[in-house]
Design a protein. Structure first.
Length: 279
């Protein structure tokens, strides 16, 4: 029965989320059960694409990505795939009518990571951010609004800005790995080998503006999604706060993280704020 295969596929997407990101997995658990699985399905898809271009160094990444892209197209067209991650993703895409343009933009940015090492202009940088982060926020928003096109249009810009904020925090946190291990430079007009406090603070100011716009959208989200998205927002805000307090030289030489005990405290704070209607 196809339903059994779908259940197995959904479990795979959930396990991918739990295995690759404990923080995001905790935030997803705060979503309503009715939409939780679909966010797992989206995350599993974007994580596998990202893994191909970022970590499979001992394999032909171009060939792997080409096959993944073809299997994706087949899954979306035929509404089934023997790749359980793609089978889960196509289910969510078809259920919520996620536009193919969002998926194509994401795959375009992922493909750039196969070869492109430096983003010299803000146009290049913004295009990459749009494809790698903004559209993921929009995919999730399609799930959150569940067919309410008016609400989607209202929250579209905020969802994109929140996706941008999360991605830029990741860039700053993973500066060492991206620059030294992958030889990538995402921030334009910034010499990461000599990152100073002024350059760091300019990047943080940009992220803070994205967070502000993203938070305004969180306040207007349906109840099914608000607490979960707010939890992710608070976690990334805490991570940005730590990066802000960390000297630029140290950011280049270590990976800043939020310890588990702090994550538990943040979750408790989020729950209290939510229950007291402070959002």
């Amino acid at each position: 029965m196809k339903s059994i295969f779908d259940t197995v596929s959904f479990d795979c997407s959930k396990n991918v989320t739990k295995s690759y990101s404990t923080s995001f997995s905790a935030a997803v658990k705060m979503l309503a059960p009715s939409i939780r699985q679909d966010i797992y399905n989206i995350y599993g898809f974007v994580r596998f694409a990202d893994e191909i271009v970022d970590t499979f160094h001992d394999y032909n990444k171009e060939l792997l990505f080409e096959r993944f892209e073809k299997d994706l197209a087949d899954a979306l067209e035929n509404k089934i795939s023997l790749n359980p991650i793609l089978n889960s993703f196509q289910h969510t895409v078809n259920k919520y009518q996620i536009p193919n343009s969002l998926i194509a933009a994401f795959m375009k940015s992922m493909k750039l990571d196969l070869h492109k090492k430096e983003y010299q202009t803000f146009d290049e940088y913004n295009e990459y951010i749009y494809g790698s982060a903004d559209v993921v926020g929009l995919m999730c928003l399609k799930v959150f609004v569940n067919g309410d096109d008016k609400k989607y249009d209202e929250l579209q810009h905020s969802a994109m800005r929140l996706g941008s904020a999360f991605q830029k925090v990741n860039f700053l946190r993973d500066l060492k790995a991206d620059f030294e291990d992958l030889n990538r430079t995402y921030f334009p007009n910034t010499d990461l080998s000599r990152l100073d406090e002024q350059s760091k603070n300019e990047i943080i100011k940009e992220i803070e503006a994205d967070f502000q716009m993203g938070f305004e959208g969180i306040l207007k989200l349906p109840l099914e999604a608000k607490f979960g998205v707010y939890t992710a927002f608070i976690y990334y805000k805490k991570l940005l706060s730590k990066l802000k307090k960390t000297p630029s030289m140290e950011i280049k030489n270590t990976r800043i993280r939020v310890p588990d005990y702090e994550k538990i405290g943040l979750l408790a704070k989020c729950y209290v704020n939510y229950r007291l209607n402070l959002l």
